[in-house]
Design a protein around this ligand. Sequence first.
Ligand code: UD1
Ligand code: MG
Length: 456
Amino acid sequence: MNERSCLSIILAAGEGTRMKSATPKVLHRIAGLPMVAHVTRAAAAAGAGDLALVVGRGGETVAAAVKTFAPAETFVQAERLGTAHAVLAARDAIERGYDDLLVLFGDTPLIEADTLIQARRKLAEGAAVAVIGFHTDQPTGYGRLIEKNGELTAIREEKDCTPDMKAITFCNAGLMAISGHHALALLGKVGNANANGEYYLTDIVAIARSEGLSVVAIEAPFDSVLGINNRAELAAGEAIWQRRTRRRMMLDGVTLVSPDTVHFCHDTEIGADTIVEPNVVFGPGVKIAGNATIRAFSHIEGATVAASAEVGPFARLRPGADLREKAKVGNFCEVKKAVIDTGAKVNHLTYIGDAVIGAKANIGAGTITCNYDGYNKFLTEIGAGAFIGSNSALVAPVKIGQGAYVASGSVITEEVPDDALAFGRARQKTLPGRGRQLRERQASAAAAAGKSSHSE
Ligand code: UD1
Ligand code: MG
């Protein structure tokens, strides 16, 4: 089938207002990726080499956004006269002559490449049209697939259905594969004599049949053809995507202790034998190798985590966090744009930003890299095997050498050479007996004023 050329036509002209949003519907995101990008991905995975995007008036935002993730040719359907009319907006592309056309909807993002491949296969076997249908016990609102003797003869929109037809539960998902050789002739014969006065794409089924062409319906899971029109459906779509991805991750060898509580992004990569504990959120751009452990309640985005590294519980890895093998970032730590080299430990209550932490260095609890002066960011470099005492502030730009020690509570503003010990704090002064004296003086002052002591 690879040798058959294929154009995917993505309809995104129908705006609707039910999202109640300044953002066009198809740019709302599922797993961090605009809905329409999920559709272009599925089309590309099904072998569609070219992409025609049909937008309505004012669709420039959608067109510009789509161009950032897929090379698409944009067509404008100036008037919304129906799905067949929308497909014909891409006439110039269709006329270039493709073997297969895939008509997809920008607001139906969960469609899987497998279903599209199956539809294209039907075209390769000689069908002029392969319609994607689904079964539901709540068919209201959908076009019904009308079959006679097991063959698809027509699609009838709900409004045009007889009561008998309304009882049919095999419905039209709206998406279809059309033979590129027959498409323009079929579409040209579609009229608008129906309850909505629209040019229905679905009419090409009956037209093709009347010309003796072969038409088939294939069945897709209901979950994969959900159309999204409001934020509740957007959340339902997100849930379906997450469920699918969790399952794929687990089948690929990732342990999810409590799958329903882990949230992935469209591009999350995790290697086999990594364990992800409950309540972990992955933002965009995360790559985690095998054998790592991501403990509960961690939030990770734009980060790379190597094999056998440990993250969390309650860790935040921000963009540019780069944990090498066996590195550890523990509870209530935040790491941004920093290498934590092999075996280094950042275990408690720490902020590491714009830094390079050498192999096996140990960063004590409460250490902060002071990387920002309100205008610029500066680098903190810590050598291999260095030991940073708890509650230290490292004022960047600053370098701490290999094997160096920084005393607890230090404010380090100057370079610490290899193997040096740096105290960046006032020395402790202890005055014997002065604590008692202080207490007695305060007690007698309080008695004179008629107050009781703080310990009562
Ligand atoms: C369509 C199908 C129906 C199917 C249902 C599944 C047709 C005639 N009907 O109905 O059989 O059960 O989807 O959800 O195809 N669009 C344009 N320009 C237009 C009209 C529509 O670009 O002039 C786009 C919309 O943006 C949308 C898609 O086509 O992405 C479907 O249009 P919509 O109005 O949602 O059709 P339905 O009535 O849902
Ligand atoms: Mg619809």
